[in-house]
Design a protein around this ligand. Sequence first.
Ligand code: IMP
Ligand code: MG
Length: 181
Amino acid sequence: MPDRTEGTNLASISTLISAEQIAQKLAEMGAAISADYRDRTPILVGVLKGAFIVMADLARHLDIAVEFDFMAVSSYGAATKSSGVVRILKDLDQEIAGRDVLIVEDIVDSGLTLNYLLKSLAVRKPASLEVAALLIKEGVERAPVEIRYPGFIIGPEFVIGYGLDYAEKYRNLPYVGVLHP
Ligand code: IMP
Ligand code: MG
């Protein structure tokens, strides 16, 4: 396997969720989504940049017709704690009125980002609006958001890999890890 952490200290990353565990979970989530959206054509909305890997891998476990769109939001900058400020950097390309919309997130921490996204998409009157998230942090003060398709519940530690970054790096790790400073 290529060394995706070249130039970084490998010993400072420990595996929290392996590539195999992620693949298994995405297969389960994909089966549930395929069953629920049978005979409909949902728009999967990936939240960039973090969700791009989850989106790509989850999508390949769906055996229904789907369309893809992306939004880019910024909530953290380069810090590891939520500022509570959400900025839309890129909006959807298409209208969602009357459509089934499934937001795909890498991780829900404070829920502030998701809460904001749900509100701003709900006013566009989609037929349905649900959320799939690979990781959900427990034990954090969270905005009230319902996650229809949850992946793994994890602790409050800051994680990297599988799309998740620290200062824009580590997104390409094939597993979810914890960065030890
Ligand atoms: P929230 O608004 O606090 O729920 O956080 C939303 C965004 O913050 C996520 O979509 C991630 O981009 C980022 N984030 C939250 N926790 C982590 C983490 O542990 N590692 C990397 N990014 C994170
Ligand atoms: Mg994100």
